[in-house]
Design a protein around this ligand. Structure first.
Ligand SMILES: N[C@@H](CCC(=O)N[C@@H](CS)C(=O)NCC(=O)O)C(=O)O
Length: 210
């Protein structure tokens, strides 16, 4: 399989963690987002959204959207499971993941920040926007994770929630958010980073890291 991504992409980072937890190795294909690689015709033919990641399967099928890719990986490679056993627990984990992936990350991604710049907002305003949406999203996640015991977001093993949390905390730090205000989330992050699967997925460990 080929993972189309970029070292700093937090959505690709989620998928890298899932692949590592499942013990799957893939070929990494980097698309330089700041140079517009995601909008190159060859890549748009794979993912018309012009966003990374995309997972190219050996039969040529293309999967897009990090949560859909991770759920496909979980269904096709069930060990270790990334979702809990009961429908109620699964709904809770998916709600946490979607609070990040649907309601936080998309409003602070590169194309939104670039559009704010085009509309005349200065770099301080753009940074303040990105920081504030991270604080809002992570504040909600803090409460969602407080409902269950740790050390991970939802118990004693990592789930889809942790795969979304760790990269989003990375974004929050990049946007200069004081993440000390989220101790429960930092506890989950520390538990995750004790695992090589999470550490090896970090942006600075990727071959295209700058
Ligand atoms: N909902 C998508 C989000 C994908 C996304 O926004 N990817 C970013 C990198 S993290 C991207 O490709 N940005 C390019 C751009 O904004 O032009 C997913 O979860 O896969």
């Amino acid at each position: 399989m080929k993972l189309h991504g970029y070292f700093r992409s937090s959505a690709a980072w989620r998928v890298r963690i899932a692949l590592n937890l499942k013990g799957l190795s893939v070929t990494h294909v980097s698309h330089h987002l700041r140079h517009g690689g995601q909008r190159a015709p060859d890549y748009l033919a794979l993912n018309p959204q012009g966003l990374v990641p995309a997972l190219e399967l050996d039969d040529g099928s293309i999967l897009t959207q990090s949560l859909a890719i991770i759920e496909w990986l979980d269904e096709t490679h069930p060990q270790p499971p990334l979702l809990p056993a009961t429908p109620l627990e699964r709904a809770g984990v998916r709600a946490f993941a979607q609070a990040i992936a649907c309601d936080t990350h998309p409003v602070q991604n590169l194309k939104v920040l670039n559009r704010l710049r085009e509309l005349g907002h200065g770099s301080d305003e753009v940074l303040a926007w990105a920081a504030s949406v991270n604080v809002d999203g992570l504040s909600a996640c803090k409460q969602l994770a407080a409902k269950t015991a740790g050390p991970f977001c939802f118990g004693e093993a990592p789930t889809l929630a942790d795969l979304c949390l760790v990269p989003q905390l990375g974004n929050a730090r990049r946007f200069k958010v004081d993440v000390a205000q989220f101790p429960r989330l930092l506890e989950a992050e520390a538990a995750a980073l004790a695992l090589p699967a999470f550490r090896d997925a970090a942006p600075e460990r990727q071959p295209d890291a700058e």
